[in-house]
Design a protein. Sequence first.
Length: 121
Amino acid sequence: MAKGKSTISIEQSLFNELSQLIEQSQRQVFSHANSTLTVLFWKIGHRINDEVFKNKRAEYAKQIVSTLSTQLKRQYGKNFEIRNLRRMAIGLQPVFLYSSLHIFCPFFCLQKKIIVTSDCF
């Protein structure tokens, strides 16, 4: 009986260890995906802001953003609805105080031990 208990204990220990590795990898993938999307949305908003809103084309801006939204939604899905594109661009306005994109990159922030809080935005 002692042999059976130790085999179960080893199996359970190995299972627990492998589960931890899998879950850690899943968290890293999710974190990387979120970081990548954050950077993508920042870049999209930045380009829209530079080309449309900052150039004070208010009437024309609505048309451009609407057309972009239609085209992007068709090709890439509902993340690019008009309200989301506006949020990407408008959400950047307070951030223009920061001159670089790295404030949005959690990996950079972790490497440099920067704590990103809501005050940063």
